[in-house]
Design a binder for this molecule. Structure first.
Ligand SMILES: NC(=O)c1ccc[n+]([C@@H]2O[C@H](COP(=O)([O-])OP(=O)(O)OC[C@H]3O[C@@H](n4cnc5c(N)ncnc54)[C@H](O)[C@@H]3O)[C@@H](O)[C@H]2O)c1
Length: 314
């Protein structure tokens, strides 16, 4: 079967890199559906994009008309902290994604890749007191497992924290609605403001995360799509990460060094719904199925790729 792909949320951060890299590999413009609630128009030039909500009937019609058989589903609201303060918004996003998936029954879609998150973990276990964001990711995973079949194969990829830009300065993250860690620190450093670092006073620890470059995760997405035939089971879950974890403090320290300033910060108790550590059981090993060689392993190297992009947009 020849893959005919749709990326939902393809005008967002990860989607735009995935579309760009597909275009770079085979000069093919990928189909994208995005409601631009959070994304940007940067990726339009690498794609055939439609501005639609995933749950609209028009999206289903688009999928039918274009004979889409494979979906990389990235469309979602994506911030753990925002979800704690804005539960309803995240519930609506969850509901609209479920509706979208239900509508796929009437289409030719056979392969479905779902972007989940390592934020479901605390240590080696699923976190007990989950944020709404992580809770909905888990509920989507369970729902997809239930409906997966030999005619609707599902691959769940739990992403780590995705950071970085194209080192050329041509593409990167721009989100006017939420503050992700690296742009947040960068803007504060520019404005000579103190950075807020979340910290667990009881455990005396800064939260640790695995950080992966957006280019590397986009290549994992593409390799999974291109190698779908190797995945024999109807349902898989992969935890994907860079092996080394870094604290928010280390991120600030490295970024400050790159910007030739001393780290300037204050600390605040982290919410119980956010994990302190993201160490997890390995699960299925994705490198058995795809040739997975990340280009960016080291935090400093990843952060450096942001500098040209950030200079351009901030
Ligand atoms: N960025 C990370 O660090 C990270 C980590 C773990 C998992 N993820 C997951 O990866 C996916 C992509 O994340 P991202 O960082 O590119 O986020 P993003 O916000 O940049 O992109 C998401 C895109 O989805 C679109 N969208 C949202 N709701 C929609 C809807 N109902 N219909 C149509 N379009 C809609 C937005 O406009 C946006 O362009 C998300 O599902 C996110 O939860 C991201």
């Amino acid at each position: 079967m020849k893959i005919n792909l749709l990326i939902t949320g393809g005008l967002g951060y990860i989607g735009s890199f995935t579309a760009k890299n597909i275009f770079a590999r085979n000069k093919k413009k990928t189909y994208i559906v995005d409601n631009l609630s959070r994304g940007n128009s940067f990726a339009k030039k690498y794609s055939n994009s439609k501005i639609l909500n995933v749950s609209e009937k028009k999206t289903q019609d688009f999928i039918k008309n274009k004979k889409i058989n494979t979906i990389l589903h990235l469309a979602a609201l994506t911030c753990v902290r925002e979800s704690i303060y804005n539960k309803d918004k995240y519930y609506k996003s969850f509901k609209s994604q479920k509706k979208f998936i239900k509508l796929l029954k009437k289409t030719d879609v056979r392969y479905f890749i779902f972007s989940s998150s390592l934020s479901v973990f605390e240590g080696s276990k699923i976190k007990k007191n989950l944020s709404p964001y992580s809770n909905y990711k888990l509920r989507m995973e369970k729902y997809l497992k239930k409906i997966s079949s030999k005619n609707f194969k599902v691959i769940v990829i739990r992403y780590p924290n995705i950071i970085g830009s194209d080192p050329s300065g041509k593409l990167g993250e721009k989100n006017n609605f939420i503050s992700r860690i690296v742009p947040f620190f960068y803007k504060n450093i520019l404005a000579k403001k103190k950075n807020l670092l979340f910290y667990d006073f009881k455990k005396r620890k800064f939260p640790q995360r695995s950080y992966m470059h957006v280019d590397d995760i986009s290549k994992i997405n593409i390799d999974v799509i291109n190698n779908f035939k190797r995945f024999n089971k109807n349902f898989y879950i992969f935890n994907v990460s860079n092996r080394k974890q870094y604290s928010n403090f280390q991120v600030l320290k490295e970024l400050s060094k790159l910007m030739n300033v001393n780290p300037n910060y204050e600390i605040k108790q982290i919410s119980k719904k956010e994990s302190i550590t993201q160490i997890y059981k390995s699960g299925d090993d994705i490198s058995k199925y795809i040739d997975y060689k990340p280009k960016y392993l080291n935090l400093k190297k990843i952060l450096k790729t942001n500098l040209k992009w950030f200079k351009k947009i901030y």
